[in-house]
Design a protein around this ligand. Structure first.
Ligand code: PLP
Length: 455
């Protein structure tokens, strides 16, 4: 049986139309990858403008990653961290993360994915408020278009309706507010700062309306990724945080995509003036070579958690794979490579080139509503008309066509589910000529999408 037949017959895929897949099977089967290029079973190469799902930051098949993983597998492939047991690398990695953190943090807890780490965050803020004797303070605010995962809790934090449908999500204690997406949310004539103020005032009204004694935390990506690469106005987070502090609401930074250099600075919180109480990282911590996520908590949270021992005994949360030594080995080597090769500065430099290329290729097109981004994270949003500004009626179909057109050119971008947007998030090791080819491929994809519409 061909691989594609086996796939069709036995595997169900994430984020996939299951009935369509049952008919057609996988559109491509990737069998190998190097640097920024992935190769399918037919031997065709594609430039991966998305580093997988915003994650293979040091590039595919890095020999030093392979060596580090082989060495660790032969030395200690696994031991657990329950009941205070430990292994050496997670302890070293934790020290490193605390030293690197964009704001002072105190302790690290490990999971396996961004989703489970954000579930951990919710449990931590609930634990925190239970220890403090205010069990009614449990609601978590997220933003529409925010992406925080798909587990029972984090799936609700994610602000996309299509990820709630059919699953009875979000859970009752989750609320969503407006995102700082200038293209659609800003009033005509509003400056960046006025827009930020309007969103902060709205948030405060929202919290007061809910009852501040019922609101525990807000979670936010510094720069939203899957929601459309939405870069907030400079004063947005300072103003939002002023409101949160006034009502004793904790801030969780979801750095799953932004963290470890994606924006050309070490963390998203650095880029957008965010001072979180808790922080989630995943993806770029290992460049996705091994699944790993981490939750970082500030001393304010940690001190209350310590008091929890008297009330609840041992901390009743943790995974078989928490603090997995192989994942820690991948993270240590990945961070070594990023540091040694100066990849964060490279991201800043290449990000400027990406922005120039995108503006040159897309800015004048009548179906381009906005080009935005920071570092090696960018998006082009398509509209049916610019003047007056009007979205496509069937949301997402046009970006889907652009994606397909680019794929035919050998470039993998991503049509984001929350908008008519295609995104770019290439490996940090992408070359200048690869960036040029990525942008050119997506531009041809746009021409094909326009042509298909005319027919
Ligand atoms: N948070 C953000 C910002 C993400 O982009 C993602 C995944 O794309 C997640 C959380 C969830 O991570 P995972 O897919 O590893 O569960």
């Amino acid at each position: 049986m061909e691989i594609e037949e086996k796939d069709k017959n036995y595997l169900f895929h994430p984020m996939t139309n299951l009935a369509a897949h049952e008919q057609t099977g996988p559109p491509m089967t990737v069998v190998s990858a190097h640097g920024s290029t992935v190769t399918d079973r037919a031997g065709r190469d594609y430039l991966d403008a998305m580093a997988g799902l915003w994650c293979v930051n040091v590039g595919y098949s890095h020999p030093e990653m392979a060596d580090a993983l082989r060495e660790q597998t032969l030395k200690l492939p696994y031991f657990h961290a329950f009941s205070s047991m430990g292994t050496d690398l997670p302890a070293q990695l934790s020290e490193r993360l605390i030293e690197m953190a964009p704001v002072p943090m105190s302790k690290v807890f490990y999971g396996n994915s961004g989703s489970d780490a954000n579930d951990t965050q919710a449990k931590l803020v609930w634990y925190y408020n239970n220890v403090l004797g205010r069990p009614e303070k449990k609601k978590i605010i997220s933003r529409r278009r925010g992406y925080h995962g798909v587990t029972v809790l984090s799936g609700g934090l994610t602000g996309f309706k299509n990820l709630h449908d059919g699953f009875d999500l979000p859970l009752p204690m989750i609320r969503h507010v407006r995102p700082p997406h200038g293209l659609w949310e800003r009033e005509p004539g509003q400056t960046d700062d006025e827009f930020a103020t309007a969103l902060a005032v709205e948030l405060e009204r929202f919290i007061i309306n809910e009852g501040p004694e019922t609101v525990a935390a807000m979670i936010a990506e510094p720069v939203m990724a899957a929601g459309g690469v939405i870069v907030p106005p400079e004063t947005y987070f300072p103003k939002i945080q002023e409101v949160l502090r006034r009502h004793d609401v904790l801030l969780i930074a979801d750095e799953v995509v932004n963290g470890f250099g994606r924006l050309g600075v070490p963390f998203g919180s650095n880029a957008v003036n965010m001072q979180p109480d808790l922080m989630t990282v995943a993806k770029g911590i290992t460049s996705a070579y091994v699944p790993l996520s981490a939750v970082l908590v500030s001393d304010r949270i940690w001190q209350v958690m310590l008091e929890g021992s008297a009330k609840y005994g041992s901390f009743g949360h943790g995974y078989t794979y928490s603090a997995h030594p192989l994942a820690a080995a991948a993270a240590m080597k990945n961070l070594d490579i990023i540091e040694r090769d100066g990849l964060v500065a490279e991201v800043a430099r290449k990000g400027e080139l990406l922005s120039e290329l995108l503006h040159a290729a897309f800015a004048d097109h009548p179906n381009v509503g906005e080009i935005r981004g920071r570092g090696l994270m960018a998006a082009v949003e398509f509209v049916e008309s610019r003047e007056p500004l009007r979205p496509f009626a069937a949301q997402g179909a046009f970006a889907g066509a652009v994606y397909q057109g680019a794929l035919a050119e050998g470039v993998i971008t991503r049509a984001l589910p929350a908008a008519d947007t295609v995104s770019f998030s290439p490996p940090f090791v992408v070359t200048e000529s690869e960036l040029e080819r990525m942008v050119a491929g997506v531009r041809t994809g746009l021409d094909r999408a326009v042509e298909a519409q005319r027919k």
